[in-house]
Design a protein around this ligand. Structure first.
Ligand code: ZN
Length: 421
């Protein structure tokens, strides 16, 4: 009996030792500390700090031996930054003032009137501004929207939106209590075309190379803001240097193991905080049918509301992925829970959303206490506030929980897109 027991127990023990040697607290600390350092100045898109972060992640992917796509770990795409220089025009008999207008466009010259074929929309007094403005801004056709004066305070925020995507249509918001019969808007803008980059590395699958499993997190954050107690750098240690660290650690782990049957894709996304542009671009490079699962990792550096050795999965009931992950951790001290903050719409708010909306079992794993995380989106989101031991255990648990998906033994059910919001 003893001998048989030893024979059975050995491989498990060997695996445990190996993972503990690769996913270590000191590696977690080294990577996390650099990503969240003041040197990177809050990793805001279009700043030197985020470029440094991208170089660092690329170098680590290289060291781990991941494959590049198109000769680079950087997956670059163009974005547009625009600044209004002049606005003039009129609404019926009234002259338009520039403070009445917000322009979202990557055109340098805008000259429109009621005959230009723009869609006409409005947000009336008492209507939900956020929902309507979001719908209008995502319109595929050029649109002019007239806002009731009670929403005039939102004009600066609408104007300050950016960066803009390649396919952004021209959207003009004008404060006017009713839709005018005649209107004219003439504007000029300074428009700059800039590059943004995700960082992507690959470990090809041994027997199912065309079936993908994605591990992702966003490496951008908010940059530099108003000083609070002398600190103006938004380090984003938890949001989302922590998830990015996990992606890099998992890449190292699976690169050492080299036993994945499915292809593993590791992605650090840019510009999550400014509109999810990185993950939207990334997600469109795939046939969604080939993506078997996406583990998006967001804010795993603090303890969850249940304490250590636990995390939650957003959209838990929308595919069988959560159940599979839980099954693979049976007997371990680690537990995954369904997202307890449903009213916050986390499933739709992070980088998993684009692929989930195409039916991919794409979920975000997090520990962030969304009702009481004291440093969320503050300059005080620093490494010292994280529990790096617990974070290391979470990364190990994610690695173990993914085992049967990576081997091709389990395939999570697809997200039913008809049931999404
Ligand atoms: Zn985040």
């Amino acid at each position: 009996m003893k001998k048989i027991f030893l024979l059975l127990a050995l491989p498990l023990l060997a695996q445990a030792q190996k993972i503990d040697k690769i996913i270590t607290r000191s590696e977690t600390e080294r990577i996390e500390t650099y990503l969240a350092s003041d040197e990177l100045a809050g990793r805001k898109p279009f700043t030197p700090g985020i470029e440094k972060a991208a170089q660092f992640i690329s170098a680590e992917f290289e060291k781990a031996g991941l494959q590049k796509t198109n000769g680079s770990y950087l997956q670059s795409f163009p974005m547009y930054q625009s600044k209004v220089l002049s606005v003039a025009g009129g609404l019926d008999e009234q002259t338009l003032e520039s403070k009445q207008v917000a322009i979202i466009s990557k055109e340098a010259t805008i000259q429109i009137d009621e005959n230009s074929g723009f869609e006409v929309a409005s947000i009336k007094e008492g209507e939900n501004f956020g929902q309507n403005a979001y719908r209008i801004m995502s319109a595929k056709k050029p649109t002019i929207a007239f806002l009731h004066e009670s929403f005039a305070k939102y004009i600066p925020r609408l104007s300050g939106r950016g960066p803009l995507r390649e396919n952004q249509s021209t959207i003009i918001f004008v404060v006017a209590n009713s839709i005018p019969t005649k209107f004219k808007v003439n504007a000029t803008q300074q428009v700059e075309k800039l590059q943004l980059s995700n960082v992507v590395g690959i470990i090809p699958g041994k027997s199912r190379p065309n079936e993908y499993v994605i591990f992702s997190g966003h490496y951008d954050h908010l940059g530099i803001g108003k000083p609070v107690a002398g600190d103006s750098i938004y380090n984003g240690a938890n949001d989302d240097a922590a998830g990015t660290t996990a992606v890099m650690m998992l890449a190292k782990y699976y690169a050492k193991k080299r036993n994945n049957e499915r292809t593993l894709i590791f992605a650090a996304f840019t510009a999550e905080e400014s509109g999810g542009h990185g993950s939207v671009y990334f997600s469109k490079q795939f046939n969604p049918d080939q993506v078997m699962a996406m583990f998006n990792l967001e804010m795993i550096g603090t303890e969850s509301k249940w304490g250590k050795n636990s995390a939650y999965i957003t959209g838990y009931e929308k595919s069988s992925m959560g159940e599979i992950l839980k099954k693979n951790l049976a007997g371990s001290p680690f537990t995954f829970y369904p997202d307890p903050y449903l009213d916050q719409n986390l499933f739709y708010r992070s980088d998993n959303a684009t692929l989930a909306e195409l039916g991919v079992p794409a979920h975000t794993i997090s520990t962030s206490k969304m009702d009481s995380e004291p440093n969320y989106h503050k300059a005080s989101d620093e490494v010292q506030t994280l529990d790096l031991d617990n974070m290391t255990e979470i990364i190990k648990a994610i690695a173990k929980s993914a085992t049967s998906i990576i081997s091709g033994q389990d395939t999570p059910s697809r997200v039913d897109t008809a049931k999404l919001k």
